[in-house]
Design a protein around this ligand. Structure first.
Ligand code: GLN
Length: 480
């Protein structure tokens, strides 16, 4: 059962081939047997079994939806009522959320079964899952390699079949990059499409939640439940929700694909480039037209991001003061300084320092304001590209998954692993990462970027590729 997709599991549940109680039991057992991957921070076993029983009753009554009875796992950035929500930090190690994030509530309402909360980089700051207070996550394809980050627990759990689907969040690549490193399908929706209410804030103008699963079809099923207007999130967009599964098989002939030259320059591993080019060739066979284009401002995205994201994080994380909730130091002199000093990890502190500096009176114009202007240029460049082509394609990451410990000493090296993903967040666009091959047993991802609110089209494009390839169906050795 654990190998099946969400769509297949839903059919099995409906036909009565197995119950949600049985299915949930299978995943809970697998989670226990594979604890050394360190994917889960919290396993909600009892709740899961209760939820599965409720789902079975709902299935029996004929009122089930596509996610009823399906076990899923939440990145530990989504607040879940009565369950520890740590955001990968010592700061929130004692935090039991008093409410559900909108995304969590929507999965509950759909009858999905919460298996637990997934490991992640601390406050979603990282590209390797190594900044987590709960330790690194291992990549199921190579246990000496990182799974990517910050949604590393989510990607590894789906790849190792410890959950058929998981949520992630993507501020600069945190859904797409780990999806690529672990060989799963991930989507970062348009900014505002999925509610951020109850999703712990890192950089509010960039953060966006999305689905991670084996296939585009499963991502579509999950997105259908996750997306939609939410009055509790002031940046949520009030726009009708399309049917994300309806057009999955639409014909791709005449699709115009653009390849930004800047995505294929120095720094890109030549074998990764070859896999991406082979994937683009598949699209040619499916009837797409491919052309190159130039987007010179893309190269500014990493420096711009590392002004804007830390600036927003320094403001967002000021709420962790040791007084209201979260970690409080034992010695109450200098409460604020000590609590923050003792509970935040090195990367989070680095970001708060950079952000506070960039926002300070003397430097605001030189850094923050300048970065906002370049951000605008990047968005405009994407809009120009979308006046010529329907979608952009390129690599997700310059290399396959790197070794645990390999980049921890050099933050800039680490930041550069998001070089192809960050511009999308700066512009607020939707994008996917889909499995597109392997290099020495390590997965390679293809990135597909669309114009605002074209999630249905992206899912269609990804699904058609998955009908003619089987990369997404491969399972790491030992997890079959
Ligand atoms: N790796 C990037 C960072 O460290 C992006 C993280 C994310 O998307 N949450 O900020």
């Amino acid at each position: 059962m654990h190998n099946k997709t969400i769509a297949e599991l839903a059919r099995g549940l409906r036909s009565g081939a197995y119950s949600s109680r049985e299915l949930t039991g299978v995943f809970l057992d697998r989670i226990k047997q594979n604890q050394d991957l360190n994917c889960y921070i919290t396993v909600t076993e009892e709740r899961a079994l209760e939820a599965a029983e409720r789902a079975d009753a709902r299935l029996a009554s004929g009122e089930a939806g596509p996610l009823t009875g399906i076990p899923i796992a939440q990145k530990d950035i989504f607040c879940s009522k009565g369950v520890k929500t740590s955001c990968g930090s010592k700061m929130l190690d004692n935090f039991i959320s008093p409410y559900d994030a909108t995304v969590v509530e929507k999965f509950h309402a759909a009858g999905a079964v919460l298996l637990g909360k997934l490991n992640m980089d601390e406050f979603a700051m990282g590209s390797s899952n190594e900044t987590s207070y709960y330790g690194a996550v291992k990549n199921p394809w190579d246990q000496n390699a990182v799974p990517g980050g910050s949604s590393g627990g989510s990607a590894a759990a789906v790849a190792a079949r410890l959950a058929p689907g998981a949520t992630g969040t993507d501020t600069g690549g945190s859904i797409r990059q780990p999806a690529a490193f672990c060989g799963v399908t991930g989507m970062k929706p348009t900014y505002g499409r999925v509610s951020r209410y109850g999703m712990i804030a890192f950089a509010s103008s960039l953060d966006q939640g999305g689905p991670m699963a084996q296939t585009a079809e499963d991502a579509a099923i999950m997105l259908q439940t996750m997306a939609g207007f939410d009055a509790k999130d002031s940046t949520s967009v009030d726009r009708p929700l399309p049917d994300y599964t309806a057009g999955l098989n639409d014909d791709l002939s005449g699709l115009k694909i653009g390849l930004p030259r800047e995505f294929f320059g120095a720094g890109l591993n030549s074998e990764v480039a070859a896999r991406v080019e082979a994937a683009v060739d598949e699209y040619r066979k499916l009837g797409a037209e491919v052309r190159e284009l130039s987007m010179p401002s893309l190269q500014l995205s990493v420096p711009v991001y590392y002004v804007i994201a830390p600036a927003e994080c320094s403001a967002n994380l000021s709420r962790y003061d040791g007084v209201r909730y979260g970690y409080r130091c034992a010695d109450l002199t200098d409460l604020y300084t000590r609590s923050r000093g003792e509970a935040f990890g090195a990367e989070v502190k680095r970001r708060i320092l950079i952000g506070t500096y960039a926002l300070s009176a003397g430097y605001y114009d030189a850094y923050y304001l300048k970065a906002q202007k370049v951000r605008r240029l990047i968005s405009e460049e994407f809009q120009r590209a979308f006046s010529e082509v329907d979608v952009l394609m390129g690599p997700v990451t310059p290399t396959t998954a790197f070794g645990i410990g390999e980049k921890t000493a050099d933050p800039i090296e680490m930041y550069l692993s998001d070089i192809y993903t960050i511009a999308v967040n700066l512009a607020g666009l939707p994008a996917m990462s889909i499995p597109a091959g392997f290099i020495e047993d390590k997965p390679v991802g293809l990135q597909i970027i669309g114009d605002y609110f074209t999630e249905a089209k992206l899912l269609n494009i990804a699904h058609r590729y998955q009908q003619v390839t089987d990369w997404h169906g491969r399972i790491p050795q030992g997890f079959e």
